[in-house]
Every structure is written in structure tokens, then in C-alpha cells.
Design a protein around this ligand. Structure first.
Ligand code: SAM
Length: 322
């Protein structure tokens, strides 16, 4: 195989005329023992997804983009060097991480404005998804630069589709706070989200984090997806309390982990809404008559005045005669 791979998005536009990887000869890569030549890239910032484990989980367009770019901005250049070497790509690497200073970002923006194509990758999966890149994309857009997605693997979606939990609606949370107090507080905020929760977790924190998740979210179905696309890929499914108990009794697992939690049921949501209504009414009843407290809370919550009044009356009676 030696036909150029056309990696342009907009096929009506011709590339800038710059030879691919200027000064480096033709941009090529090899896959499965076959060599391919990549078309030149128009100037822009290319956000390129890379594998989350299995090196074959990378698109042909991603390889062509990495080969034809003037530079690859990488979170850890050593990690990306291994991927590029695997596919025979010799594009120069530049370090780009969360703490990259503004002046470096400005230099990268300037390079693109001068006509270069820069590819952004992270250590694994899709850049910007719990990974660096957001500020660069934001600044590139502000500078009128074309930002091009080269989609591919992400642990969140890979885990979701094998979790067995609802996929019609999901909420990507990424990493929860490390400490138990803030973690429980954040989980309480997530409790009523009507979609599957997708959480990233470090292996040494998994048991503690599952215990907090079970304590706050209760008896919901959940899954722990570990080492996806790698040799020791496992998906463990069960209720949150059962998974929390299982991991509490074992040595910390090795590898990379995604935790998924089923959405709150309608009954959970009703219970939460009732608890929140009672809390608001109790506060209002401390300062107002039953009628005024009910009117105030009905206005605040948008609930029907008659229902809120009935609940306020019941709470007031309960307070008088517990
Ligand atoms: N940008 C990446 C993506 O698109 O998925 C995520 C980067 S984040 C720094 C790394 C976290 O992703 C890991 O701690 C783990 O929670 C999850 N992760 C990455 N690769 C994984 C894999 N192969 N199996 C399970 N989880 C993985």
C-alpha cells in the first residue's frame, strides 16, 4: 500500500502547499507491515484521540494526522514516543501539559497562525477528557484558528457500553475529590442526575470511593470496568453496596478504572424531593405561620400551593404532637 491517506476534513480546501512535515521528507506511517503516505494538512489544531490500551485502537486518520503534522503536542512525550515509534512516525514531539505556561501556548498559537498544523494528544484516549488541552483549544478558538477533532477511544464511552447500565442518558463526572468529605458532598450533588454516572477512579482509592458512593447513592446497580482493551480487562457488575463490600475485602486492584452508577429511580428522586421540601418547610415554619411558610416555599420551589400547604400542616402538627 502506498496511496496517500487524505486526512483533510474539508475536501474543497487545498492544503497550504507546505510539504508534509516540512523539511522532513514525505509524511509516512506504517501499520500491519504496510507503509502509507499522509496528505499534507491545512494549518490548524488537530485534537487527536489515541488508544487507551490496545495499540491497534487508533484510526487511520489519526495516524495520518500525526504523521503529517508539523509537531505533536504531548502530555508525556515518552508515552507518545512509544505510540509514534510503533507506527513508524517521526514527527517532532513538544511537551504540553496542564501547567504549560501561557507563553508556550502563545508560541503554539503563533506557529499555527504561520501556517503549521499541530496535533494535540494526551497519554491515552481523548485529549481534554480529564486530560490537558482545554486552555489551548479555548485560546486557539479565540485566535480564529480552526480546531479539528480526530475522534477515537475514550475510557468513559468504552466502559459505558459494556456496563449493562442505561446508555440513553449519562453524565461524565471524571475524578471525584480525593478526600471522603468533599467526595460525599459532590456525590450528594450528583444524586438526582437522571442518567448513568461515569466516574474515573485511581485503583488505590477505589474501595474508599465505592464505600462513599454506596453510602450516598444507596442500593443502585453499578459496574467497575478495569484495564479496558488490555490483557487483564475485567468488568464487574453488581449493586453499589455489594461492589463496595467486595473491594473492601480485597487488595487494591491494579490498573486503570472506570466506575459506573445507574441513575436514580423515580422513587429515589421523589424521596429526595420530599426530604428537600421538608427541610425548606421546617426552616420556614420556624419563622412564619403555616400559611405564610407554605406560600413562601411554594414560590421558591414552584410546587402547587395546595400540596405544600398540606405538607406544612402535617409537619406543624407533627412538631406539636411528635
Ligand atoms: N483522556 C482519557 C480518556 O479519554 O478516557 C482519560 C484520561 S484520565 C487522566 C485517566 C483515567 O481514565 C484513568 O485513571 C482511568 O480512570 C481511565 N482510563 C484510562 N484508560 C483506561 C482503561 N484502559 N481502562 C479503564 N479505565 C481507563
Amino acid at each position: 500500500m502506498n496511496r496517500p491517506i487524505d486526512n483533510r476534513t474539508d475536501r474543497t480546501r487545498r492544503p497550504s502547499g507546505r510539504s508534509p512535515g516540512a523539511g522532513r521528507g514525505p509524511a509516512t506511517f506504517t501499520a500491519f507491515g504496510l507503509a502509507a503516505e499522509a496528505e499534507p494538512l491545512p494549518a490548524g489544531l488537530y485534537v487527536v484521540a489515541t488508544p487507551i490500551g490496545h495499540l491497534a485502537d487508533v484510526s487511520l486518520r489519526a495516524l495520518a494526522t500525526l504523521a503529517a503534522a508539523d509537531a505533536v503536542l504531548a502530555e508525556d512525550t515518552r508515552v507518545t514516543k512509544t505510540l509514534l515509534a510503533h507506527y513508524g512516525i517521526t514527527t517532532p514531539l513538544v511537551s504540553y501539559h496542564e501547567h504549560t505556561v501561557g507563553s508556550t501556548r502563545s508560541r503554539m498559537i503563533a506557529r499555527i497562525q504561520e501556517g503549521q498544523a499541530l496535533a494535540l494528544v494526551s497519554d491515552a484516549g481523548t485529549p481534554l477528557v480529564s486530560d490537558p488541552g482545554y486552555r489551548l483549544v479555548e485560546e486557539a478558538i479565540a485566535a480564529g484558528i480552526r480546531v479539528v477533532p480526530i475522534p477515537g477511544a475514550s475510557a468513559a464511552l468504552a466502559a459505558l457500553v459494556v456496563s449493562g447500565l442505561p446508555t440513553d442518558r449519562f453524565f461524565f463526572e471524571g475524578f471525584l475529590p480525593n478526600k471522603s468529605g468533599p467526595r460525599r458532598a459532590r456525590l450528594a450533588e450528583l444524586a438526582t442526575i437522571p442518567g448513568t454516572l461515569v466516574l474515573y477512579e485511581a485503583p488505590h482509592r477505589l474501595a474508599a470511593s465505592l464505600a462513599d458512593t454506596a453510602a450516598v447513592l444507596g442500593d443502585r446497580p453499578a459496574a467497575v470496568a478495569r484495564e479496558l482493551t488490555k490483557l487483564f480487562e475485567t468488568v464487574r457488575r453488581g449493586t453499589l453496596p455489594a461492589l463496595a463490600a467486595a473491594y473492601a475485602g480485597e487488595a487494591a486492584p491494579k490498573g486503570e478504572i472506570v466506575v459506573l452508577v445507574a441513575p436514580a429511580t423515580a422513587a429515589d428522586r421523589t424521596e429526595d424531593a420530599m426530604a428537600s421540601l421538608d427541610e425548606k418547610l421546617a426552616a420556614a415554619l420556624g419563622r412564619h405561620t403555616v400559611k405564610d411558610a407554605a406560600a413562601l416555599v411554594a414560590g421558591e420551589t414552584g410546587l402547587a400551593k395546595r400540596d405544600v400547604y398540606a405538607r406544612a400542616l402535617a409537619l406543624a402538627r407533627l412538631a406539636q404532637d411528635p
